[in-house]
Write a protein that binds this ligand. Structure first.
Ligand SMILES: *Cc1c(COP(=O)(O)O)cnc(C)c1O
Length: 360
């Protein structure tokens, strides 16, 4: 089989080394004669996986001791509900900063449970679009938290700062967790659906400052209840064990790469290479303001959109898969998460230059 680079936004590619190890261990894990999928989550063997994966994540992100790490069900949208249910009283206010599609979607879900205020922090400037945390609105005193999305997966907009407020900050890091160092202590909650930068879909990782636990709304479904999860080592009900195990392998892989700072350096290099190619071209165009250009999801349009289908078909023939942009924005999107090697982006850039040369 020839080499394929998978630019899918999510579920996204996993490190080849991780998949290989999972394959080798599939039928008999740790010499048990069964797969890790088939054993009790309460067995000593699985408990060791659970503890080690948490320890590795804590090391990678330098998570302080006063934070609890949860491995939960329900992916990203599960957390759109879990956040308001766990952090605000019924009808209490919370502010949602809207920088793109996912933060917009979080408001819709949160408004089922709380007074979900929102503020559009997007701007248009000199033909570019972006978002700015300086556009933070005045907050009423009873605001329980400020929710934002530091990387808008669909729009290709990344926010590199932290909102300036003394309220609890909640960050949806689904598509950029572990891509660069963050100061966990700046946040009340960091959460991420796993399928972009951690592991398989369905699992979500929640890092919550422990003093925020203890007051979920009374009718919170127990599988979304942070306090119940915390009190039961994320095993109140059966956790998604295989996704958890694979995520643990990804954490180990990240440590082998030298940790988050080392991976960030490669992520910068990958993103710069691709944006340079786009900027130097007359065919490709990226409209995101320089300070908001995502290092994880690079969106671009072809000046001649009638070439889109041919671009995608030829890319696929060259082993460059899943470059089609989200249906809501069109064009192209190259998702270049941690698992995408530099050579994958170099191959894409070579292809893009060659495609432009033949069409130009
Ligand atoms: C993918 C994604 C989500 C939604 O994740 P699901 O698991 O599909 O619910 C939410 N937020 C961001 C930033 C995402 O990239």
């Amino acid at each position: 089989m020839s080499q394929v680079y998978n630019f899918s936004a999510g579920p996204a590619m996993l490190p080849a080394e991780v998949l290989k190890q999972a394959q080798e261990e599939l039928l008999s894990w740790q010499g048990l004669g069964t797969s890790v999928m088939e054993i009790s989550h309460r067995s000593p063997e699985f408990l060791a996986v659970a503890q080690e994966s948490e320890r590795d994540l804590r090391d990678l992100m330098a998570i302080p001791d006063n934070y609890t790490v949860l491995f939960m069900h329900g992916g990203g949208r599960g957390q759109f509900a879990a956040v308001p249910l766990n952090l605000a009283a019924k009808g209490q206010r919370a502010m949602h900063l809207v920088s793109g599609s996912w933060s917009k979607a979080s408001v819709v879900e949160a408004s089922k449970y709380i007074q979900a205020d929102s503020a559009d922090i997007r701007f248009e400037r000199d033909g570019t679009i972006g978002a700015s945390l300086d556009m933070m609105p005045e907050l009423s005193t009873d605001t329980a938290f400020v929710h934002y999305c530091p990387n808008e997966t669909v729009d290709g907009i990344e926010l590199f700062g932290v909102p300036q407020t003394d309220k609890t900050i909640v960050a949806d890091m689904s598509s950029n967790i572990l891509s660069r160092p963050v100061n966990v202590a700046d946040y009340g909650v960091i959460w991420a659906g796993a399928q972009k930068n951690i592991g398989p879909s369905g699992l979500s990782v929640v890092i919550v400052r422990s003093d925020l636990l203890g007051s979920p709304q009374a009718d919170t479904p127990v599988i979304l209840d942070y306090t119940a999860a915390a009190n039961n080592e994320s095993m109140f009900n059966t956790p998604p064990t295989y996704s958890w195990y694979l995520s643990g392998l990804v954490f180990k892989w990240l440590k082998q790469q030298g940790g988050v700072a080392a991976v960030e350096a490669i992520n910068r290099q990958k993103a710069e290479l691709l944006y340079e190619c786009i900027d130097a071209s007359a065919l490709y165009n990226n409209r995101i303001a320089a300070e908001n250009r995502s290092r994880m999801n690079v969106v671009f349009q072809l000046a001649d959109e009638s070439l889109n289908a041919e671009f995608l078909a030829q890319a696929k023939d060259n082993g460059l898969h899943a470059l089609k942009g989200h249906r809501s924005v069109g064009g192209m999107r190259a998702s270049i998460y941690n698992a995408m090697p530099l050579i994958g982006v170099q191959t894409l850039v070579e292809f893009m230059r060659e495609f432009e040369r033949t069409k130009g």
